[in-house]
Write a protein that binds this ligand. Structure first.
Ligand code: G6P
Length: 608
């Protein structure tokens, strides 16, 4: 997804912009560009592909100046090419801007502007904003900017510089995050805090329909309806080291290996073992509503949706509250029946996914209490929910989600325990689950210790064209997640199914060329999964099994078996998913894929 940076201060802008853009690379992009303001006007440099392409051009002569903006573009309107890359300018070249989001009424506006003589160079929706501001400019840039924003339908995060008022950066937000950093006589703009942290930890966020005018003398913040507003500075507390690779080859591998810690971080300070209680500060005010809820909706996208499916199994089993899990993209448009005594829980790593945000707003609009299970602190979903639980997994840079998934499931387990204990769960039963939760980090370590063995397996399967992942009960969502991980990063076609459902279709695909990954841990439906494995073997399918430690009989059923520590059914997804993450990772690396930034995918999908 696109990234924005901006700088106004006393240092050269280009290095600050380039460093900032690099820190936003994890969001996914296909072109990058900068614009710098100086005495001779505004210099724009943009290139297709990686930031290093832009750097190569800049090495031959970077524009000088202490005010500038930079952008990484993830194409939505028009091909990823140099013309469509940001920054974009007006007809005269005096107004230059960058934009995240989508302008929905851009075709109408474009027509109006064309009729007034404006000529457009690109296929983007963004370019019309620059022309619109030009059209509205009458000696007062702030007014022209504001009036233009009022004409835009859709979403935007915008940063604009202009020769008309050269000492300023104009920014605005509707739907696409904008954070402003305040340093010593210098100011920074970005779409999240990561580019700002090397320079300042004092920041504030623009809310929807807010704008700011940044100049040497300070920042003026207003609504786009011209009402002056006061913004409070917040301190960014996370550590920059947390977003570096720490010696791992890829962020994804680092994040997989972080899971013993991140699972623990999610539980830290929230469990009172002796009383068998869970305290979640973020839910305190709505705890009673949650306990008395007649129904809970989980809504999410991608990997977060798989965590939601596990949530359905957990809450229905332990809390006896009916749960529905909905893809956010469907929920937002299908006019769901939601009552005021129901709860909508949005799950999102980034807290910015457009569909999930829209689904949550739909729930709110219908009167439900809306909660968030979110990783990114201060993100839009976190701010728009009535209450919520942060998963505290730290920044997740690899586009394919790993540690956020296990922390989401951990957070749902904590919510489950909190509700169940208030309803009918005994202290003894709660303590059993809590003890198992507390053993999770150590058990995850035991699985991670098998990394080399999983890598050897990956080598055997690296050239396959298809994979099937099968699991039942709590491990059906894990089968879906295992398949998603593989397809996201290795581009091998993979499908996840409930194991028993295989005979209703996927079984037709099975022959000696079809590897099938089974999750067959020792639980109530173990024998049934074994029967499903036999069905695959009878058709010469190759079988990889994730099984429980100490299961001596399983080896004969599989070509390869990965053993994981025994656990209760409810907690098993937090273990079974780990070898599947590693398998996908190693297959992708062996195939030479860019695991941290897979093609066509974005970390934070802030468009529909
Ligand atoms: C994108 C990412 C996925 C993620 C999904 C939902 O598709 O590539 O890894 O699971 O968005 O993102 P969220 O931030 O809402 O959890």
């Amino acid at each position: 997804m696109c990234g924005i940076v901006g700088y106004l201060g006393h240092n050269e802008a280009v290095p600050v912009l380039i460093n900032g853009l690099k820190r936003l690379e994890y969001r996914g992009y296909d072109s990058a560009g900068i614009a710098v303001l100086n005495d001779s006007g505004i210099d724009v440099v943009k290139e297709v592909g990686k930031i290093r392409n832009l750097e190569t051009v800049l090495a031959a002569g970077a524009p000088k100046g202490t005010i500038g903006i930079g952008h990484t573009r993830w194409a939505t309107h028009g091909q990823p090419n140099q013309v469509n890359a940001h920054p974009h300018s007006d007809q005269s070249g005096n107004i230059v801007l960058i934009h995240n989001g989508i302008i929905e009424n851009y075709t109408v506006l474009k027509k109006i502007l064309q009729n007034k003589g404006h000529e457009f160079k690109s296929d983007t929706d963004t370019e019309i904003i620059a022309h619109l501001v030009e059209e509205n400019y009458n000696g007062d840039m702030e007014k022209a900017f504001r009036e233009s924003l009022l004409r835009l339908e859709g979403t935007y995060g915008i940063a604009l510089i202009t020769n008309h008022e050269p000492g300023k950066i104009f920014v605005a937000r509707k739907g696409s995050p904008i954070v402003i950093g305040v340093g010593e006589n210098e100011f920074f703009v970005a779409s999240d805090v990561t580019p700002l942290v090397p320079y300042t930890r004092n920041v504030f966020y623009l809310e929807d329909d807010e704008m700011a005018v940044i100049s040497e003398s300070g920042i003026i913040t207003k609504t786009i309806h011209n009402k002056t507003i006061e913004k409070k500075l917040e301190k960014v507390t996370f550590d920059l080291e947390a977003i570096e690779k720490e010696g791992y080859d890829h962020y994804m591998l680092k994040e997989i290996f972080e899971q013993p810690k991140t699972i623990m971080d999610c539980m830290r300070g929230r469990i009172m073992r002796e009383e068998g209680l869970v305290k979640l500060g973020g839910l305190r005010d709505i705890e009673n509503k949650l306990i008395n809820a007649n129904k809970i909706y989980f809504t999410a996208s991608g990997t977060s949706w798989h965590a939601a499916l596990i949530g359905e199994y957990l809450i229905e089993e332990y809390c006896r509250i009916p749960v529905e899990v909905e893809y956010a993209s469907e929920f937002r448009y299908r006019n769901p029946i939601i009552r005021s005594d129901e709860i909508v829980i949005a799950i999102s790593q980034s807290g910015e996914t457009a569909d999930t945000l829209a689904a949550l707003r739909e729930g709110k609009h219908k009167g439900a209490t809306v909660l968030g299970i979110v990783n990114t602190v201060g993100s839009t979903i976190a701010r728009e929910t009535d209450a919520g639980v942060y998963i505290h997994a730290g920044p997740e840079i690899g586009v394919a989600s790993t540690k956020a998934f296990t922390s989401q499931v951990t957070a749902i387990l904590l919510i489950t325990l909190m509700i169940a204990r208030r309803k009918h769960m005994s202290v003894v039963q709660a303590k059993q689950l809590i003890d198992e939760l507390l053993r999770l980090p150590e058990n995850v370590e035991k699985i991670l210790a098998q990394n080399d063995k999983i890598k050897e397996m990956a080598d055997i399967y690296r050239n396959e064209k298809n994979f099937l992942y099968l699991g039942r009960g709590y491990n059906f969502p894990v089968a879906l997640e295992g398949a998603l991980k593989l397809k996201e990063i290795s581009y091998i076609h993979a499908e996840g199914y409930p194991a028993a459902e295989m005979k209703h279709g996927p079984i037709a695909l099975i022959d000696e060329n079809m590897p099938v990954v089974f999750i067959a841990t020792k639980d109530a439906i173990y024998d049934k999964v074994i029967s499903n494995i036999e069905e695959v073997r009878a058709r010469k399918g190759r079988v990889i099994i994730v099984a429980s430690e100490g299961d001596t009989k399983i080896a004969k059923y599989g070509d390869h078996v990965i053993y994981i520590p025994e656990s209760s059914q409810a907690l098993s997804p937090l273990l079974t998913v780990i070898p599947l993450q590693l398998l996908a990772y190693h297959i992708a690396v062996l195939r030479g894929c860019n695991v941290d930034q897979p093609r066509n995918l974005a970390k934070s999908v802030t468009v529909e």
